[in-house]
Write a new protein. Structure first.
Length: 64
Protein backbone atom coordinates (compact mmCIF):
# COMPACT_ATOMS: atom_id res chain seq x y z
CA UNK A 1 0.00 0.00 0.00
CA UNK A 2 1.39 3.39 -0.94
CA UNK A 3 1.80 6.19 1.57
CA UNK A 4 -0.97 8.79 1.64
CA UNK A 5 -0.23 12.47 1.47
CA UNK A 6 -1.80 14.60 4.22
CA UNK A 7 -4.23 16.10 1.69
CA UNK A 8 -5.37 12.65 0.50
CA UNK A 9 -5.76 11.45 4.08
CA UNK A 10 -7.94 14.46 4.96
CA UNK A 11 -10.01 13.86 1.81
CA UNK A 12 -10.58 10.23 2.83
CA UNK A 13 -11.58 11.27 6.35
CA UNK A 14 -14.08 13.81 5.01
CA UNK A 15 -15.57 11.22 2.65
CA UNK A 16 -15.88 8.71 5.49
CA UNK A 17 -17.62 11.29 7.68
CA UNK A 18 -20.11 12.13 4.92
CA UNK A 19 -20.88 8.44 4.37
CA UNK A 20 -21.39 7.93 8.08
CA UNK A 21 -23.68 10.96 8.37
CA UNK A 22 -25.76 9.65 5.47
CA UNK A 23 -26.05 6.25 7.18
CA UNK A 24 -27.94 7.54 10.20
CA UNK A 25 -31.31 5.92 10.81
CA UNK A 26 -34.64 7.57 11.46
CA UNK A 27 -36.99 6.17 14.09
CA UNK A 28 -39.79 3.96 12.83
CA UNK A 29 -43.38 5.08 13.32
CA UNK A 30 -43.86 2.40 15.96
CA UNK A 31 -40.90 3.66 18.01
CA UNK A 32 -41.80 5.54 21.24
CA UNK A 33 -39.25 8.24 20.36
CA UNK A 34 -41.16 9.03 17.16
CA UNK A 35 -44.55 9.34 18.84
CA UNK A 36 -43.31 11.18 21.96
CA UNK A 37 -39.84 12.74 21.49
CA UNK A 38 -40.13 14.60 24.83
CA UNK A 39 -41.01 11.42 26.73
CA UNK A 40 -38.84 9.02 28.65
CA UNK A 41 -39.61 5.83 26.74
CA UNK A 42 -36.48 4.33 25.19
CA UNK A 43 -36.03 3.73 21.48
CA UNK A 44 -37.31 0.32 20.47
CA UNK A 45 -36.38 0.33 16.78
CA UNK A 46 -32.58 0.42 17.05
CA UNK A 47 -32.09 3.86 15.52
CA UNK A 48 -30.71 5.42 18.71
CA UNK A 49 -28.14 2.64 19.19
CA UNK A 50 -27.05 2.76 15.55
CA UNK A 51 -26.87 6.56 15.49
CA UNK A 52 -24.84 6.60 18.72
CA UNK A 53 -22.27 4.26 17.16
CA UNK A 54 -22.15 6.43 14.03
CA UNK A 55 -21.68 9.57 16.14
CA UNK A 56 -18.84 7.89 18.05
CA UNK A 57 -17.10 6.95 14.79
CA UNK A 58 -17.50 10.51 13.48
CA UNK A 59 -15.96 11.90 16.70
CA UNK A 60 -12.96 9.59 16.19
CA UNK A 61 -12.50 11.00 12.67
CA UNK A 62 -12.45 14.62 13.83
CA UNK A 63 -9.17 16.40 13.22
CA UNK A 64 -8.88 19.15 15.83
Amino acid sequence: MSELSPAKLIEKIVRAKVKLENSKMIHRNSCPIESDPEGYAPCSCGASKTNSAIDAAIRELNID
